[in-house]
Design a protein around this ligand. Structure first.
Ligand code: BGC
Length: 800
């Protein structure tokens, strides 16, 4: 007998529901939905039950501003926990901890009724001087991808969307809105896309943000190869692609490429062009439908998650502060220690440097968070010492600009001479690194350097504490007893520092980026932030430790480095499995007298190869915490991708048969045990030659690119993508630029900004593409008028 089960109608998936709504809309309605309603909100459609949702920064704390237009940090955002930025989170090498941070971020986001938190950022730190290095995790794609995936999982577990950004090859700030990144396909795949691939495939972010820059000739937001072929078709991304703010250069092309939502509002500026392109057969109407459906789907998803969780408690700010403190300590790297650390919690401590009172704890720009509270090292060290000790504080320098005076130096020297230990807090003042511009070198402020030298002379027990968002040159490293790299500690960085100094907590971090001896050593330095329209990645794969290890240029401190307060031994490495699917096991023992954490790092080295490849590459890692005397077996899986290279000729990942060394170490340079295995996956690779030196010549670069090295686009004639600064290329342009900058400054009320924000705003206003004048004019200025004006300007004589 057959039983007939009664079936209920299948629950409509958001996609199906969204597609049905789209099918009912007019073209005007669709066009209105695929651009923002204002600076932070998408447009809703009440009659169809589509809510408007808020998308806002991000990434290490919620930056939700009141009102509809951004004031880039001038107008305070709602208080939110300022977790340590990505530079510090990446240095924890601890996805589980990063996921917990993500969950807390997600909760704060949801409680404020924000639908998407604009983060994490996971661009590769190609050069440490990149202005947004503090917002990115690492120079290594595996570590970046795993950290980003963890943050995405955490954020989205609270029913709000994460946004993986900036896709792709956005590795410097200078000229970012119209810079063409020229990079060979293999390097793009292996270095710059792999992190995104990991985050997308492992954590399924609801949204991805396209970058401002161009990649090999196309704006990232107009690249069908990036947004559709790779992101959706290859990686299976099912979410929404949003533009970076004001990144849309041509809406017709961007719709065709797969860019769904333009942010912020463009007030219908593109509607006519898009409509004509559809009618003229230059744009498939289905592209607009697809974008519209994804916008609706995201809004419905946000609403459904919100409804399912309504009534939840607000965030526990105390618990989040405690988590921020834990993360800051876990991302603190002990670079050097002659035994002075951890400090005894008694005696006289000289605490030197204005950062002890005015912490440098986050970076400037769109990620600026208004913290719920702010711990200082001074208060935390005083509290920790209590009655058993005393703190003498000397300011040492000006917190804002880093300058010192003979008086401040001698005060610091005196404080140090009379103390049991001197702790000097130095690093990069906030005006040194920011979104919007790059550093020109990796030097510390001269005042900070002078202070360190003076204090180290006065007291051999000098501990230097660094606060900076990216690597700095440390040529005084041998003169001091210990160096702690705290990166940027977030709002609880001050108390986390006291935890680490006194050994209450391990300095849990390991360098997620190499610290070069000097910037000029780096191959990337020769082609970085130096040309207004083009950047050439002539170093190809050789970024960070891949560069140092392959070309034999020693860094000051290597990738993966970081000391513990205890010691570890590695033994019994064993590899099981066949082909490229392997499992590597190693026994790690805490041989010291106290509990500690170790980051076990696995590097793969190909013994011989027909293709050029880095000396070694990180293919696995695990963080373990062990009691004194305790042992554990760490297992790390390896797969096809762990051995594969991107074979340009074959258009795919291929494993070369051969012998590989599996290296396990506590840093990229401190390999503790190694073994070799023979791998055969039955594939062939197309041989390629490595450039003769670290910086490819024209001919070598052309061979890598598979085409001639493109000629950089000239600054004139002016066009829609030209920047406000480019106006100076034509006669009378200087005056025009000045007036535009004054107009922006007035609109943004720059005069009230803190110095870091002011520096950032000045940089981004000059870099603003002229098309932004139309997009932000709220319909007052059309593209036709701007094109005519540019045509007239182009008739004027050139400046040179
Ligand atoms: C930044 C993004 C940010 C957006 C919104 C842009 O300038 O590049 O990272 O999310 O602004 O503030």
């Amino acid at each position: 007998m057959t039983t007939v089960h009664e079936t209920t109608a299948p629950v409509a998936t958001p996609t199906a529901a969204a597609a049905r709504i789209t099918a009912r809309l007019t073209r005007e309605q669709k066009l209105s939905l695929v651009a923002g309603a204002d600076f932070w909100n998408s447009r809703g459609l009440e009659a169809e039950g589509v809510p408007s949702i808020m998308l806002t920064d991000g990434p290490h704390g919620l930056r939700k501003q009141a009102g509809t237009s951004d004031h880039v940090g001038l107008n305070d955002s709602v208080p939110a926990t300022c977790f340590p930025p990505a530079v510090t989170l990446g240095s924890t090498w601890d996805p589980a901890l990063i996921e917990r941070v993500g969950r807390a971020l997600g909760r704060e986001t949801r409680v404020e009724n924000v639908g998407v938190l604009l983060g994490p950022g996971l661009n590769i730190k190609r050069h440490p001087a990149g202005g947004r290095s503090f917002e990115y995790f690492s120079e290594d794609p595996l570590l970046s991808g795993k950290a980003a995936a963890a943050l995405v999982r955490g954020i989205q577990s609270e029913g709000v969307g994460a946004c993986v950004k900036h896709f792709a090859a956005n590795n410097q700030e200078a000229f970012r809105m119209r810079l063409d990144t020229v990079v060979d396909e293999r390097t793009l795949r292996e270095i710059y896309l792999t992190g995104f691939e990991i985050a997308v495939t492992e954590a399924e972010p609801w949204t991805v943000m396209c970058a401002y820059n161009l990649v090999n000739g196309d704006h990232a937001g107009e690249s069908r190869a990036l947004l559709t072929d790779i992101l959706r078709d290859e990686w299976g991304f099912a979410g929404l692609v949003v533009s970076d703010w004001l990144a849309v250069a041509d809406r017709v092309k961007s719709l065709d490429a797969g860019l769904d939502l333009e942010m912020p509002a463009s007030h219908g500026a593109w509607d006519k062009e898009v409509g004509e392109a559809i009618d003229g057969g230059r744009l498939d109407a289905a592209a607009l439908d697809a974008a519209c459906t994804r916008v609706i789907e995201l809004a419905l998803r946000v609403a459904a998650e919100r409804a399912a969780r309504d009534g939840g408690l607000g965030p526990d700010h105390d618990a989040h502060h405690a988590l921020a403190r834990e993360a800051a300590a876990a991302g603190t790297v002990l670079l050097a220690n002659d035994g002075v650390l951890p400090l005894a919690a008694r005696g006289r401590v000289a605490l030197i440097g204005a950062f002890a009172e005015t912490p440098r704890y986050q970076g400037a720009g769109s990620s600026l968070v208004n913290p719920t509270r702010l711990d200082t090292a001074l208060a935390a060290v005083e509290e920790r010492l209590g009655q058993d000790g005393s703190v003498v504080y000397a300011r040492g320098y000006d917190a804002e600009n880093g300058t010192t005076t003979p008086g401040l130096v001698s005060e610091a020297r005196e404080a140090a001479a009379g103390a049991d230990v001197a702790v000097v807090m130095i690093g990069l003042p906030s005006t040194y690194e920011s979104e919007g511009f790059d550093r020109t070198d990796l030097r510390l402020p001269p005042g900070h350097e002078e202070l360190v030298r003076a204090v180290a002379e006065a007291n051999p027990r000098t501990v230097v504490v660094l606060s900076n968002g990216a690597a700095v040159e440390i040529d005084w490293a041998d003169r001091v007893a210990a160096i702690l790299e705290t990166h940027l500690g977030g709002q609880a960085g001050g108390s986390a520092l006291a935890d680490v100094l006194f050994g209450d907590v391990e300095p849990g971090g390991r360098l997620a980026e190499s610290v070069p001896v000097r910037a000029q050593d780096l191959a990337a330095h020769a082609n970085f932030s130096d040309h207004p329209t083009q950047v050439e990645y002539r170093e190809s794969l050789y970024v960070g430790y891949r560069f140092h290890d392959t070309w034999g240029i020693d860094p000051r401190f290597c990738f993966g480095h970081g000391l513990s307060y205890t010691t570890f031994e590695y033994a019994d490495v064993a590899v099981t499995g066949t082909g490229a699917d392997r499992e590597v096991a190693v026994t790690v023992t805490n041989t010291g007298a106290r509990r500690g954490t170790e980051v076990v790092q696995l590097y793969v080295h190909a013994e011989s190869s027909a293709v050029h490849r880095p000396e070694q590459e990180l293919k696995g890692f695990a963080k373990v915490e062990l009691e004194a005397g305790e042992s554990t077996t760490v297992s790390l899986p390896l797969s096809h991708r762990s051995f594969a290279i991107w074979d340009v000729a074959q258009g795919g990942w291929r494993v070369e048969d051969g012998r590989y060394e599996i290296r396990l170490g506590s840093s990229s340079r401190r390999i503790r045990v190694a073994t070799t295995i023979d791998v055969s996956a039955g594939e062939t690779v197309t041989p390629t030659r490595r450039p003769a030196a670290a910086i490819a010549t024209d001919a070598e670069f052309a061979a890598l690119l598979g085409r001639p090295v493109p000629t950089p686009r000239p600054l004139t004639p002016l066009h829609l993508d030209s920047t406000v600064n480019d106006l100076t290329e034509v006669a009378f342009g200087k005056g025009l630029r000045k007036r535009l900058l004054a107009m922006f400054a007035d609109k943004m009320d720059v005069s009230d900004a803190d110095p870091a924000t002011r520096a950032m705003l000045e940089a981004i206003m000059g870099q603003m593409p002229l098309r932004a004048l139309v997009l932000s004019s709220e319909g007052k200025l059309g593209f036709g008028v701007l094109r005519t004006a540019l045509g007239l300007l182009n008739l004027l004589p050139r400046r040179r």
